[in-house]
Ligand binder design. Structure first.
Ligand code: PLP
Length: 577
């Protein structure tokens, strides 16, 4: 996101704004402006802006060509902003290497503008970008800028009076606050952020601080690693599945065995990490949401281990469907609280947990179950799951002396996938593929594939891809695997999808079931239905891959939890096909 602050009259403030992260500092020359500067002052602002790492912009309002050329030349300007008729008409005659920020009005755009380097600027009007990068401007300040960014999705924001305390007097603390809002940590490209009620800002900031101090300390890292090793069962094995691979094609397939962890899935990595951090923060109580109960069980387990009080919010419908997990959580000492409103499933359970946290955060940590929600949750959960990718990368390298060609994981909220992908983000030879739940068809309501039928929007405090109706209501979702059945996805995946660094595919219920059976019968490993989606996708593509191809799949969990329901109906259905 580009930030341009316009109408600077003080070289020291210009330097500070540039140092804080404003790429562009606008200098006004119009004799009519209260923010106009003399050539001498302009020289000083240009040098201090450049010293701070920014670029000065000559802002011209209805200026004639000759005067513009003289100023551009004298100040060695590389960027100009053009307002009003005369300046626009002069556009054609300006040197070609100049970058132009063109303030759009009702006239057609000059042909001279080049979308590869020039920008449009829309002041108090709805942007029509026409292939150009664009700024929005007009009345922006630290309070409204996030909303405006969300509404218009610009490439840059431009402001002037929004950081002034009195006419033409810019206030450094307002500049800093504005820039921090725009460059908010916790964004992944356009996605992520912290879209929460005021009450939650304090606990989220406190958590972010703890994550960056306690969480990064050697003491914490060592203690966490020790618990993962002596209690959870890390490192997990890497298994080559030759019989499975030979049935479906020629490529070599390796599984990262998160199914072998205590409680049966990768979720324990995150639960132990967050509970340990919360304990170091002085919290005595943990709350969590759960859908199918897996994250609830993992959190209740970590709380029992560390002597923390535990409350798990669960939709009333889910409680009925997942009675054994409810019993397990209660056995582990947790209180399971039924959430009866709305559809009474995961989405409502998360709302209820956030509501509790807004009033209880002095004693309580909210342990979220996947790499989603407001900042810093996506970042924190990804950090606690990175161990998956770190281990797998080393293990496969030790085995083959190279990286895999494909790294594949199922994507619910996205925590096991980001845990695997994070090790390979900079290894561009490794294709990253996330597999979502394709359910029983591509109609809205029949699947949970956010990157197939979804669009950007905000849910649970984060700007990301969502399944929503034409009226922007959150759509209902369906998948045979409860862990993938969620209408939003972690914001880092939205950014990886947008940038193209990762690809997202959907595997259907029946593809997942076929993989579930095949892995059990050829390898003696019963995968979780979630993980079976990743395997189902591999089965689809394997026939086109040669023997030189190496595929790494994250086996996020074991399938024991799925057996009772499968034995009831789905397995029969597959067996009879
Ligand atoms: C919960 C769960 C998932 C989905 O969650 P992510 O955050 O996307 O990893 C996948 N596999 C298993 C076994 C799960 O329990």
């Amino acid at each position: 996101m580009f930030i341009k602050i316009c109408g600077l009259t003080d070289p020291a403030v210009a330097r500070l704004a540039a140092e804080e992260g404003a790429q562009f500092i606008g200098i006004l020359f119009s004799p009519l402006s209260v923010r106009k500067v003399s050539m001498k002052l302009a020289h000083e602002i240009v040098s201090s802006t450049r010293a701070g790492g920014g670029e000065a912009v000559g802002v011209f309002v209805d200026e004639d060509l000759e005067k513009m050329m003289r100023i551009i030349h004298e100040l060695d300007l590389r960027v100009v902003q053009l307002h009003g008729e005369a300046a626009r008409r002069a556009c054609h005659a300006l040197p070609h290497e100049l970058t132009i920020i063109y303030v759009v009005d009702d006239d057609p755009l000059p042909d001279r503008l080049d979308p590869r380097k020039d920008f449009l600027l829309f002041e108090r009007r709805d942007p029509e970008p026409r292939g150009f990068r664009f700024f929005i401007a007009g009345g922006l300040n630290a309070k409204n800028v996030e909303k405006e960014i969300l509404l218009h999705r610009p490439h840059g924001v431009d402001l002037s009076s929004g950081v002034e305390v009195s006419l033409a007097k810019k206030e450094p603390s307002l500049i800093r606050e504005f820039i921090q809002k725009v460059t908010a940590k916790g964004r992944f490209g356009d996605f992520g952020g912290m879209y929460v009620p005021e009450l939650l800002v304090q606990p989220l900031k406190e958590l972010e601080h703890a994550l960056e101090t306690i969480g990064l300390s050697d003491g914490f890292q060592e203690e966490l690693a020790a618990i993962l090793r002596t209690y959870a069962g890390r490192p997990t094995a890497l298994t080559e599945v030759k019989r499975f691979a030979s049935v479906i094609g020629k490529a070599r397939i390796f599984l990262k065995r998160e199914d072998l962890l205590h409680t049966g899935a990768h979720k324990i990595n995150n639960a132990i990490g967050q509970c340990l951090l919360a304990k170091k923060m002085g919290k005595t109580r943990i709350i969590a949401e759960t859908g199918a109960g897996q994250h609830g069980v993992a959190t209740a387990t970590a709380c029992a281990l560390m002597g923390l009080q535990c409350t798990v919010f669960m939709g009333a419908v889910d409680m009925e469907r997942q009675a054994p997990n409810v019993a397990k959580m209660r056995l582990l000492g947790a209180e399971v609280r039924s959430v009866a409103n709305g559809a009474a499933t995961l989405k409502e359970a998360i709302n209820e947990a956030l509501r509790d946290w807004a009033h209880s955060y002095e004693t309580t940590h909210y342990c979220i179950g996947s790499a989603l929600g407001p900042h810093p949750f996506p970042k924190m959960v990804a950090r606690f799951q990175q161990v998956i990718g770190q281990e797998a990368k080393q293990q496969i390298f030790d085995c083959l002396g190279r990286h895999p060609d494909l790294a594949i994981a199922c994507v619910g909220g996205g925590s096991n996938a980001i845990g695997l992908f994070s090790a390979y983000l900079d290894e561009l030879s490794v294709a990253l593929i996330g597999v979502e739940a394709g359910g029983i068809g591509s109609k809205l309501g029949h699947h949970a594939a956010r990157f197939q039928g979804g669009s950007p929007g905000v849910l649970h405090g984060s700007f990301t891809y969502l399944l929503q109706t034409a009226e922007r209501q959150i759509a209902s979702t369906y998948s045979i695997s409860a862990g993938l059945d969620y209408p939003a996805v972690g914001p880092q995946h939205a950014a990886l999808f947008h940038s193209g660094r990762a690809r997202y595919e959907a595997a259907s219920d029946s593809e997942a079931l076929a993989a579930f059976q095949l892995l059990a019968q050829t390898e003696g490993i019963i995968p979780a239905l979630e993980s079976s989606h990743a395997l189902g996708y591999v089965m689809r593509i394997a026939k086109d891959l040669g023997p030189e191809i190496v595929i790494l799949v994250n086996l996020s969990g074991r399938g024991d939890k799925d057996l009772p329901r499968l034995f009831e109906k789905e397995l029969k259905h597959v067996a009879n096909r």
